[in-house]
Design a protein around this ligand. Sequence first.
Ligand code: AMP
Ligand code: GLY
Length: 412
Amino acid sequence: MNVGVLGSGGREHALAWKLAQSARAKSVFVLPGNGGTSPNVAVCPTDAEAVAAACERLSLDLLVVGGEEPLAAGVVDRLATTSTLAFGPTAAAARVESSKLWAKRFMERHGIPCAEHAEVATTAEVEAAANRWGGRLVVKADGLAAGKGVVVCDSPARAQEAWHEMRRSRPADEPVFVEEPLDGWEVSVLCVTDGRAYAVLPPAQDHKAVYDGDRGPNTGGMGAFAPVPALGAEALGVVRRTILEPTLAGLRSEGIKYCGFLYLGLMVTDEGPKVLEYNARLGDPEAEAVLPLLRGDLLDAMHACCEGTWDGMGISAGDGFAVDVVLASGGYPGAFTAGREIVGLESVDPDVLVFHGATRRDGDRLLTSGGRVLHVVARADSLDEAIDRAYRNVDRIRFAGMHARRDIGRRL
Ligand code: AMP
Ligand code: GLY
């Protein structure tokens, strides 16, 4: 099969790496890819027409869509009338992520555990909601906001301010709503599904804040590890029964066909796991930790999902642990300088993976081209050994201003 992966980050590099291991993969293109991937094909991932044209030109049998924006832009819908199968939900099914309010109402319709919400129109209503939830609440914008659509507030005054700010910065016709703050610990459960059969990948934990100890502003994710020892087989069974299966059944009962990755962003509370968010794709940086653990032929499973013939078998969680440490540009998630030369990759251990998040080639040189530059991924039988192995290799790579958290994997 000729396969394409749509996107240009570390998640897409990890997907291309995993798919290339399939006996059925003839070529694996990345569209548009980065300095770590090849062969790359230049295309704008949200331009559905251009993506369809590239798929035809490359005679792709299957396109795997990496990120939420192409999904929301209808790339999968556009490919429906072409000879390329698309692994990823249609724009209507991707509403689980692209409309937080739609997702919230969906969960309420199907009795899926999640935070209570309120649709508010005035600051007085925001204050009343905060008071109902012990003076705290979460303000959420409905649409895709690249991580800027959620503010967790610890006082009614802060809630009113955040609500105003969200109202001001978002389009006038976009709903902004508030929800109950949940207390507990977070975990990401990623699944492969054709809407009926599913396989659960090893649960992962993301580290969103830029500095050690979860301090500083949130980023796209500074690292991840998997599996999460605190979410054992029994707890994962609860997630399947109370969240994953009701979600798939709910989608089917509403006539929504869902084929692709489904990401459950969960808060494990005293009352059990509850959904914070759905994503219609793999998480980044979770994918970089989870895919290297996965056993089996992912390409085969994806292809069968698209054809509607998958039995849910063929891929499994695998053994051991993986840790993904992100090497970021200094200053990220604020302003930073790109174009720094990266050195030391040749001294990385052969069993350690380096997925590129934001790099480009300039002749023989490899340069930084964004905030999350590289993902150093180590696997081992124990979490401690995976962490040590990852950091031993992190310390061999350098670029001016490089910043990494030193505590990835040490949360639980
Ligand atoms: P979301 O994009 O909805 O996952 O929100 C991003 C982050 O905001 C989550 O990973 C949580 O850390 C936090 N968050 C979202 N909703 C809630 C909630 N109801 N209670 C507490 N934290 C939340
Ligand atoms: N790591 C969180 C996300 O990809 O949304």
